[in-house]
Write a protein that binds this ligand. Structure first.
Ligand code: BDP
Length: 709
């Protein structure tokens, strides 16, 4: 198996007695139009049952009274086709009703999209051999359940680790959209309802007539799966692409230009979801060029898409990447609240501020972004990253759902009232109609989609949590394991154990106590590079010197970041004693000899954690190898190779970080491991015989940028 089918494999299972008596003998799909989600749902059910239980189940499209059938359609279609006798629960937009009780299986959506979701949910039960009798309504936690591709028009992908783009090549949309259709199917099965197909660092040529034709073809492929398409915009487009002399958002000619373009866009894709905007960030143009506010910019687009029912996802990832560490109070983490808080209430109703979960950038551990607690009158969405940019880039197994869950479950205590992040982004806490989540998902043409089979658990889990943040990461994971690798108990237990240990292990060997992922920060974001953290404009500083470490973000002595939280949390973070230890160095600047509650010093905790984390990661390989023969050879070998690599690379991480802080602090490791490598010979101190050196590119991939052949 090459991974192409992801978790929708419909691999054969034996048909038990219960299965024989429960499997319906026909499918009634209440829409006969090929490209409708309800039609797709019927076909999917037919293929699924054929794949899993090798039964040919015929589909019809009109009557619903066939004995022992699966009926799939919208509630309205059902009432029309089957009468109104049965009482059905009220459903919210995109919600569905699934009942397997009695002779018929009922899959009824509030809309066609909901019906398709219900079909996938039922198939997920069948594919896990689950024939239990259920009857329930399922509604989304939030209306926005998007993914963001960071695909460039030339076919490359920013932070993509699964090959080139499935959407673009040579500046245009690809001709063959087969992979896009397969992707649509995967996304719909986890209830994703929109995808932004181009990079947030956007190229204005996406708006050319030829490319809009292409976007329309892509939208046609996604539509039958209930998925809308959205576009990332380049803020300077009126000038760089439209030939105007300005891109000032308040200039009449600029407004007119966007109005015309938006009309073109919606002519091509009448149901376009909306725009995604990254502006004034990391060199991207924005309203600040003209001293206009971020709301001026967001509202410009909002007014244009509003008549078409579109929305604007405006990213809160705005910061000055030219800060340097000369000022003790400078802190990139402060940026989002500083830029957005005073604009609360200024945004049009169809603007949603898209906020990364933490104030910096997808680190292994960050506190929840305080911006979520500072916008009472503005819709918000949380931005997560399935792409493991800072988390080992798909070469390391890191199941990220437990991290997301901690963030979503976090109570910000706004005005001393329960204020879970999940309720805030769902719009429930501040009574907003819009809200939800977006995840960066850089699938590519690789048959594994993301570059590694195990990373798909993150895509699956993202969809599940976007729909229902109350789901437990371990339950989600186990569904994914059964769907991906079958029902074997040992496979289930082993992969559960490896995956659930993976985020904690990665945190331990890549940067703990809230110091962030100590990776290369300038460009690659890969591999250990504690030395690159400080004295650069990217602001992920550790402020480590030979006696102390950590960013003081308190109001009293530091960057005042802790003051951006509601009172209860601000007080908690202000005080070193009440700050949760996993965020100690995020909020406080301490001596390496500062004692933790365990009694260990900070530096000893570092040493020990890096050993523990690396050891756990090395154990993954052995655990995986115990599954040989229980997993098909192709996927077994593929994953094995990655885990073997991770086992080694976790040691590289361990030693690089530990030696760095050992050299910096001069404090010995109590267990006498760090700095004691009698067997180790530095490549630099070896004499070459029969080898030649060469400069490597990218330079970070070898010490001193030199490798040998
Ligand atoms: C950073 C990535 C960069 C993205 C940026 C963003 O390194 O490639 O463009 O985030 O989210 O994490 O805009």
């Amino acid at each position: 198996e090459d991974g192409l089918k992801g978790w929708l494999r419909y691999a054969p299972l034996p048909c038990s007695k219960q299965c024989r008596s429960s499997l319906p003998s026909s499918i009634v799909s209440l829409n006969s139009t090929n490209a409708s989600p309800v039609f797709v749902a019927g076909t999917e059910l037919q293929n699924g049952i054929q794949g899993i239980y090798e039964r040919d189940v015929p589909i019809s499209h009109v009557k619903c009274n066939a004995a022992s059938s699966i009926v799939v359609g919208t509630v309205d279609q059902y009432r029309r086709a089957c009468g109104t006798k049965s009482s059905l629960p009220e459903l919210e937009e995109d919600g569905f009703w699934l009942s397997t009780k009695g002779k018929n299986v009922q899959i009824l959506g509030q809309n066609e999209r909901g019906a398709l979701y219900g079909a996938f949910e039922y198939l997920s039960m069948l594919a896990q051999g689950n024939f239990s009798e259920v009857a329930y309504a399922s509604n989304p936690s939030a209306p926005i359940r998007w993914v963001n591709q960071w695909d460039n028009m030339d076919g490359s992908i920013e932070r993509g680790y699964g090959g080139p783009s499935i959407f673009f090549k040579n500046g245009q949309i690809v001709q063959n959209l087969t992979r896009v259709a397969e992707y649509a199917r995967l996304l719909a099965s986890v209830k994703i309802n929109a995808v932004v197909i181009n990079n947030v660092n956007a190229n204005a040529t996406i708006l050319s007539p030829t490319n809009l034709d292409g976007v329309a073809r892509v939208a046609d492929v996604f539509r039958p799966y209930g998925i809308q398409v959205g576009l990332s915009l380049n803020f300077a487009s009126p000038q760089t692409f439209g030939g105007l002399s300005t891109f000032d958002p308040l200039d009449e000619s600029v407004i007119q230009w966007w109005s015309n373009i938006t009309a073109q866009v919606y002519k091509h894709v009448p149901d376009m979801a909306g725009y995604l905007v990254k502006a004034d960030s990391e060199g991207q143009p924005g309203p600040q060029v003209y001293n206009r506010t971020l709301s001026d910019a967001a509202n410009l687009f909002a007014k244009e898409v509003q008549p078409y029912g579109g929305i604007v996802m405006y990213r809160a990832f705005v910061y000055d990447h030219h800060l340097n560490e000369t000022n003790w109070r400078d802190d990139r983490a402060n940026a989002a609240v500083e830029f957005f808080k005073h604009l609360d209430g200024e945004f049009e109703d169809n603007v949603v501020i898209q906020i990364k979960y933490g104030p910096i950038d997808f680190q292994v551990r960050e506190p929840v972004s305080p911006l979520f607690a500072n916008l009472y009158n503005t819709s918000m969405a949380i931005e997560l990253q399935v792409t493991q940019e800072y988390l080992g880039q798909q070469s390391h197994l890191v199941y990220v759902a437990p991290l997301w869950k901690e963030i979503l479950d976090f109570d910000l205590r706004v005005d001393h009232k329960p204020s879970l992040v999940s309720d805030i982004v769902a719009g429930k806490r501040f009574k907003r109609k819009l809200g939800g989540s977006a995840a960066v998902v850089n699938v590519g043409t690789n048959t594994t989609w993301l570059g590694s089979h195990m990373s798909m658990s993150n895509l699956y889990a993202y969809g599940r949590l976007a729909w229902n943040p109350a789901d437990e990461p371990q339950d989600i994971l186990q569904d994914w394991i059964r769907l991906t690798f079958g029902l074997d108990r040992k496979v289930l237990d082993t992969l559960t154990c490896i995956s659930m240990d993976s985020w904690p292990a990665y945190e331990q060997y890549s940067g703990n106590l809230g110091i962030q992922t100590l990776t290369d920060i300038i460009y690659t974001h890969y591999g250990p590079s504690p030395a690159s953290q400080d004295n650069n404009g990217w602001g992920q500083w550790t402020r480590a010197d030979h006696t102390t470490i950590g960013m003081d973000r308190t109001v009293s002595n530091g960057t005042r970041y802790s003051g951006q939280y509601p009172d209860e949390l601000a007080a908690m973070y202000e005080n070193i004693e009440s700050t949760p230890e996993e965020l100690l160095l995020w909020f406080h600047h301490v001596n390496y000899t500062h004692r933790l509650t365990s009694g260990k010093t900070v530096i000893q905790h570092f040493y020990d954690s890096h050993y523990t984390g690396a050891e756990t990661a090395q154990g993954f390989l052995e655990k995986w190898e115990s599954l040989e023969g229980k997993i098909d050879t192709e996927r077994y070998n593929h994953v094995r190779r990655f885990l073997d690599y991770q086992a080694g690379h976790s040691i590289v991480w361990r030693d690089a970080i530990n030696n760095f802080y050992f050299n910096m602090s001069g404090i010995p490791d109590d267990a006498k491991r760090v700095g004691h490598h009698p067997w180790r010979i530095e490549a630099e101190s070896m004499k070459l015989d029969g080898y030649k050196t060469y400069d490597v590119n990218p330079f970070e991939t070898a010490s001193g940028a030199v490798a040998i052949v």
